[in-house]
Design a binder for this molecule. Structure first.
Ligand SMILES: [Zn+2]
Length: 431
């Protein structure tokens, strides 16, 4: 009987994904929002981002999948196995990008999963449980400083207070956009998905770092995801005339902010030297008021992002940075306010799934690396409600969030193939 069961529900496949179709669809998505030097900009809830989701729905419809779009715009496309009521194996990623980003961060995981699912469906591979492709809305934090929005809602991980400071560069509040979709503080929970309907979540993604290329490996298997602590430091001094205000009488907020920026670099470097590269800190955005050449800066807002794969290291550095901000302000007789944006714990991914993906690579003679992820992903939210795994493919020179972002087409196809194998085994294991 065991043999029969295996024959009916295969756990390995002789199938190959359709590489040409995968690359064609990836290319079609990357044309939406294309700009100078091949950069791609699809900020969450922009027209371009919406168009990319519409194209995806079109592709899913062509494939004959059952589509569900939730209230915020997360897309789920499903192919039912022999038991439509069983928990589903989900695979996906996101289509939104940073400003002037690349073609592959996100779409590789969405289109790679779609291709795997199309291959399963076309070949009528018998599956014990349903499989789904998912496209999460708003994974990138570029617009609102809030990352993994769609997956956080699905996982029930959005804290109401997190939304308070989520405002874009034009002053548009994330909360107002959500309200326009009928999503309010008191019904956020309506977007969560019942964990008992999910068997596992898989995410194929570009590495966004240089390790796979440097080591000559084709696939990265992720152990855990470093999570960011994000906050703003707002220094308020006094805006004065740059010609008439003597140096000793100034309350220059930008000089204070500059001191904090260099401190963040110093403390992260020091910490990393002792803790073996486990912490990174970045000031990636700054607002200066009045921001004109002939005025002493009166107010400066720094956006600070600190990450590590250990919560303890991250907390220690974050509190040192906050203490130093207060010291700098005191010494210069100006004010500083710390505004929390988001605080997250590093997330370990599922060990069983890691073993499974290792096994698949071993069986197929694929050179792989077991590694942590320094970047955040939707998988870190999904890991809170189901077993989650990530498969990385190499990024040329480690470049990402940049038009030069590149992954070899062959590597993308290999990643999608590994994803397909993983989906079959998970869908057909008896657990
Ligand atoms: Zn991404």
């Amino acid at each position: 009987m065991a043999f029969m069961a295996k024959a009916l529900f295969p756990v390995t496949s002789e199938l190959a994904i359709n590489k040409r179709r995968l690359l064609r669809d990836l290319n079609a998505i990357s044309r939406i929002g294309i700009g100078d030097h091949g950069s791609v900009t699809r900020l969450v809830f922009s027209i371009k981002e919406l168009r990319s989701r519409q194209l995806l729905i079109h592709l899913m419809r062509q494939a004959g999948l059952k589509i569900h779009v939730d209230r915020i715009g997360n897309i789920f496309a499903r192919w039912n196995g022999h038991n439509p009521k069983a928990p589903a194996v989900l695979a996906g990623s996101h289509l939104d990008t940073v400003v002037q980003g690349g073609k592959f961060d996100g779409p590789v995981g969405v289109i790679g999963a779609l291709e795997a699912l199309r291959t399963l469906k076309e070949n009528k591979v018998p599956l014990r449980c349903p499989v789904e492709v998912v496209c999460f809305v708003g994974e990138e934090s570029s617009r609102f400083g809030y990352s993994t929005l769609g997956s956080s809602l699905v996982a029930g991980e959005v804290q109401i207070e997190d939304l308070t400071h989520a405002v874009d560069a034009h002053g548009t509040k994330l909360e107002d956009i959500l309200a326009s979709m009928g999503i309010y503080r008191d019904n956020l929970a309506s977007l969560t998905r019942d964990p008992s309907t999910i068997k596992a979540y898989l995410e194929l993604h570009i590495e966004q770092g240089p390790i796979l290329e440097t080591k000559g490996k084709k696939i990265g298997l992720v152990t855990s995801i470093a999570a960011p602590t994000r906050f703003k430091a707002v220094f308020t001094g006094q805006a004065d005339h740059s010609g008439t205000t003597p140096m000793e009488m100034r309350k220059d907020a930008l000089v204070a902010a500059a001191k904090l920026i260099t401190y963040i670099e110093e403390v992260c470097r020091e910490f990393s030297a002792v803790e073996k590269g486990r912490i990174v800190g970045t000031v990636g955005a700054m607002k200066i008021e009045p921001g004109v050449m002939n005025a002493v800066p009166g107010k400066v807002e720094l956006s600070i992002d600190i990450r590590s794969i250990t919560a303890e290291a991250k907390d220690r550095v974050a509190s040192q940075v906050k203490d130093r901000a207060a010291e700098i302000a005191r010494a210069r007789d100006i004010d500083v306010e710390i505004l929390p944006i988001r605080e997250e714990l590093p997330v370990p991914l599922n060990e069983e799934l890691l073993l499974l993906t290792k096994h698949i690579c071993d069986q197929n003679g694929i050179a792989y690396e077991v590694m942590p992820s320094g970047a955040g992903h939707d998988a870190m939210q999904m890991a809170k409600i189901t077993r989650a795994a990530m498969i990385f493919v190499p990024s040329k020179r480690g470049i990402s969030h940049n038009p030069s972002e590149w992954t070899e087409p062959e590597d993308i196809c290999l990643g999608s193939q590994v994803l397909l194998e993983t989906m079959i085994r998970l869908a057909n294991d008896e657990g």
